[in-house]
Write a protein that binds this ligand. Structure first.
Ligand code: HEM
Length: 541
């Protein structure tokens, strides 16, 4: 193993070169020594286990060292992780393969994101310790996230009094279970509108491009919960397009790989995505939009025309009603509300698309689910199913869980953690302060020692043994776990479960001959189907 102690032989160079000639040919020798020193430093960096960010034995602070692949000078493992075309070049797959080659790599593997030290765990036990540890309650902040005001929103606010306040507001007001169920009927209406748009497309084109429908429904559903606002594609086309373009731009800026997040000085010479410039253009648009909605709520409150039951109030009403220590200023409200749109829209839509793709590929599973839904509906008098009905349907729950296992929307849990102090793990490894930590949930979900036959879509596995997907069981924790677990998990699960149930109840889904289902992945902010699902949706009467 090469360490900084290996530099000793630099001192023997003069003797090696010959001391007489040294003085005569100083102009040759000095640059040579400099180059040799540089080469040696680069070698030392590059040969540090885990890469340059782990030099000087940073990986050996604990009783058990953290091993990792060698990285390149300056870039560390960034080139390998950037993601290239091809199934096995996506970061979660690259990291899973590297962990398998590294001693104890599944438990924890060190690597370098440019100059930032990082660890990744692909093991439920170590993952639990990381996600639950108070030492990992922070998140590294991307440049674009800071520029887009997310530092003041729940997801990126540094762990501290302000973030704790936001979590409290989220748990006791925004995502309280009674509020999620009070919004159930409105979600069902959004879903019914989606179902009729799908039926119309099937009639006209003979097949359905499901993604567009899911994205519109998820935007409407989240806009309803957050802003109390829903869009009609025909009537509100202009405002809807404006909102969609802001969301698209925000997703691109947040999801884009940005070299200067990891090699900070690069931003001065190389910023092909023009991140700062684009963020500076987007932020005033977002502020104008969200402030307009807040002003409208204030006006209605003053007029007394905003009369809804407390549990049916939207997020703007809730934030405006906070008082005393909990009162937030307007810019913070803009950041919090805007973040909800980002977190809530793509995850639910893309997870439903993955599940529907699996159901198209597995007609037997689709039929079993349809029978369960039909039985439940006939028991309930033939009407729609409520959230509470659906929570009692074991096969439906199993299908959603299997979808989450096969295709966790954040294979690396999307948002990493950052250690604020040295964290000692029970396996003897020590993660130093200032280390970015990731959990490779995709690797855990596809690990044959954790899941039997992991690459097969088989909801039945959850009928035999139930697993809590809300963060209690790290074998399947697509919403993360611990203090920063996803606060929107109940809302996300309720939405996806309802959509899958209604789509299967209303249509028979089959493969479109001209466009077979392709399960290739594309990792952006979340992991989506690279080729959007096109399928034939035969209306059921
Ligand atoms: C299928 C749907 C969803 C999935 C798979 C998902 C997944 C995640 C994951 C993996 C995290 C990081 C957790 C951790 O670090 O332990 C997270 C955080 C977060 N999610 Fe979700 N999410 C979903 C839906 C939603 C929805 C609907 C909302 C809100 C409308 C939301 C709001 C948030 C927020 C605010 C955070 C940051 C929490 C913090 O840092 O304290 N998510 N989500």
């Amino acid at each position: 193993m090469i360490s900084k102690d290996a530099n000793w032989w630099i001192f023997a160079l003069p003797a090696f070169l010959g001391s007489d000639r040294l003085l005569e040919d100083a102009y040759v020798v000095v640059p040579s020594i400099f180059l040799a020193f540089l080469a040696l430093s680069l070698l030392t960096w590059a040969l540090s286990p885990g890469g340059i960010a782990w030099r000087h034995g940073r990986n050996r602070k604990g009783r058990v060292p953290i091993h990792g692949p060698l990285g390149l000078p300056i870039f560390g493992s960034l080139l390998a992780l950037r993601g290239r075309p091809g199934r096995d070049c996506l970061p979660h797959r690259v990291l899973a393969a590297a962990a398998a080659r590294t001693p104890a790599g599944a438990q924890l593997m060190a690597f370098s994101l440019g100059s930032a030290p990082a660890v990744v765990s692909s093991d439920p036990r170590t993952a639990r310790e990381i996600l639950a540890s108070p030492g990992f309650a922070d998140r590294p902040l991307k440049r674009s996230a800071r520029s887009l005001m997310f530092e003041r929103a729940i997801g990126f606010a540094p762990a501290g009094a302000y973030w704790r306040l936001l979590r409290r507001v989220a748990a006791s007001h925004l995502f309280a279970p009674r509020r999620v169920s009070a919004h159930g009927p409105a979600r069902l209406l959004d879903c019914a509108a989606m179902v009729s748009r799908i039926a119309a497309e099937q009639r006209v084109r003979g097949f359905v491009a499901l993604r567009d429908h899911l994205q519109l429904a998820s935007l409407n559903s989240i806009m309803g919960s957050v802003f109390g606002k829903r869009y009609d594609v025909g009537r509100d086309a202009e405002e809807l397009e404006d909102l969609r373009s802001m969301v698209r731009e925000g997703f691109e800026l947040l999801g884009a790989f940005n070299w200067s997040d990891y090699v900070p000085w690069l931003s001065y010479v190389h910023d092909p995505a023009r991140v700062d410039e684009r963020c500076a253009r987007l932020v005033p648009r977002v502020k104008r939009f969200v402030r307009g909605i807040i002003a409208e709520h204030r006006r209605k409150n003053d007029e007394g025309s905003n009369k809804v039951a407390a549990d049916e109030a939207d997020f703007v009403d809730v934030l405006l009603s906070l008082d005393g220590d909990e009162k937030l200023d307007e810019d913070d409200m803009v950041a919090i509300l805007w973040e909800m749109i980002f977190r809530g829209t793509d995850t639910t839509a893309l997870l439903t698309e993955w599940i529907m793709a699996e159901l198209v590929l597995h007609p037997r599973v689709q039929e079993t689910l349809r029978r369960e839904l039909a039985d439940a509906a006939s028991r309930g008098g033939g009407g729609g199913l409520t959230d509470a009905d659906m929570a009692r349907l074991p096969y439906l729950q199993a299908v959603v869980k299997e979808g989450l296992r096969m295709h966790p929307p954040g294979p690396l849990l999307s948002w990493a953690r950052l250690s604020t102090s040295d964290v000692q793990l029970s396996n003897g490894m020590l993660v130093p302060a200032g280390t970015t930590a990731m959990v490779n949930m995709w690797a855990i979900c596809h690990d044959p020692s954790v899941w039997e036959d992991p690459d097969t879509f088989m909801p039945e596995r959850f009928l035999e043994r139930d697993v809590d997907v809300r963060g209690g069981d790290l074998r399947l924790a697509p919403f993360g776990s611990g203090r920063r677990v996803c606060p929107g998990k109940n809302l996300g699960l309720a939405t996806v479960t309802m959509w899958v149930a209604e789509l299967v109840r209303r249509f028979e889904w089959a493969e479109h001959a001209a466009c077979p289902v392709d399960l290739s992945e594309l990792l952006k902010l979340s992991c989506e189907m690279k080729h959007p699902l096109h399928a034939v949706a035969v209306v059921r009467n």
